[in-house]
Design a protein. Structure first.
Length: 160
């Protein structure tokens, strides 16, 4: 990202040839990422793959370049939108709980051995893990100060 903020590189990317190259690379990375996700998830049943993570990172990077191709401040304006900030705040409010709970839920759902394509199972898994984490976080992560006071009260510890 530092290289892209360079005026010299940015001027080369903002030209007609640069725009075509970014558009082509973005389309190729989208197709490659979707195919790799399907192949890895459907064929191996693994949701965690280093190569897929790298492809997703490249896709996101090229997506930012593609999105900013006409105006370098376009992404900045989108990020500062009050609706985007609100959604980000909601997601951040339960992100740690999601981190802690998503893997056991995925393992449990995988262990059910449902006769469903693993790639198609990804959407329900995303919904179930996020809903579970959001519900658990409502009583824990989002109310961590009250929870800490209650635990200290139960254990008869001094309030720090």
């Amino acid at each position: 990202m530092l290289a892209i903020s360079s005026r010299n590189i940015n001027s080369k990317l903002s030209g007609n040839r640069g725009m075509k190259l970014i558009s082509l690379l973005f389309a190729l990375s989208l197709a490659t990422t979707l195919y790799a996700a399907y192949a890895i998830i459907a064929w191996t049943g693994q949701y965690y793959d280093l190569g897929l993570g790298l492809l997703l990172s490249i896709f996101m990077f090229l997506g930012i370049l593609f999105f900013n191709r006409s105006s370098p401040t376009r992404a900045s304006r989108l990020i500062m939108n009050k609706h985007v900030i609100g959604l980000t705040t909601i997601g951040a409010a339960y992100s740690y709980t999601l981190f802690l709970t998503h893997y056991p839920i995925i393992i449990m759902l995988n262990g059910l051995n449902l006769p469903v394509n693993r790639f198609l199972m990804m959407l329900p898994i995303l919904l179930i893990t996020n809903l579970t984490a959001f519900c658990v976080a409502h009583f824990t992560e989002r109310k961590h100060k009250e929870l800490a006071k209650t635990i200290k009260k139960w254990l008869r510890m001094s309030q720090c």
